[in-house]
Design a protein. Sequence first.
Length: 274
Amino acid sequence: MTISTPSTPRRFEADLFGLLLLQCYVLDYARPIVNAIVPASRGWPGAADWMHILAPVVLSVVFLKLFERAAARGAHVWQTLTMLLLCVMCVGQGIHISADSIDGRMQMRHSGPIDVPPSDNPVVQALGEPLIEIFDLAYVYDECIGHWMWYAPLFVIVLLYVLTCREPSGSRSASSSRANLLAAIVAALLGVFWFYAGIEGGVWPGTVGLTALLVVVVFANRLQGLRLDINGRCFVASLLLATVLIAAWAVAFDGNMPGAWEVWLRNLPPVDPA
């Protein structure tokens, strides 16, 4: 399938990347911190849950605007496929939001270690078979189905967007040195988050796989006399950094891939029952 290249130079989409970082670090990464500072009322979503609900909305807006601007500059965009992938992503995030809230609340109410499978939580195992089944189902929706239905479409969306960022190798870049520096900073911050999301959500194989595909895209472009613009390079650089960090994490833990919060929680005392 032929992929059109933009007919005009692409500037760095600083506003949209800034909004993407806001979604990553505030609405996603900061949720456990907010949950610890502002505990949820019994029977009601907490502040962290509302942040979680906003995350897919912000993420969808960011990518819709990125594709809209790419199309306005002459790039070919698969609109129907993009919309379908965003819908699946939002469904996955919705599943994860609900299950994560329920799973986390139940485990905290019943004490014992948190952020571990119910089979590894002795307190949960002592509750009886009916409750164990509920815990198991919530955990699967949270950590497996929800995460993969969230991130697998997101990875494909990133790949599709990078494919719209091609331009002739000899074309004059519209980005300044300041924009290049800003893009490098954004790539570093985004790469750290891709790494965190990969190990925390258990979707790091998808992160590594996406990085490999993007490297193939880069070399295929060179063979065709094309290159990625500053926006495409930002995504590629961020995922390369994430893959390096994932490899370092695997080495540090002898091939095991514990979540970042799991490593931290191992050193905490059990939570007292509410």
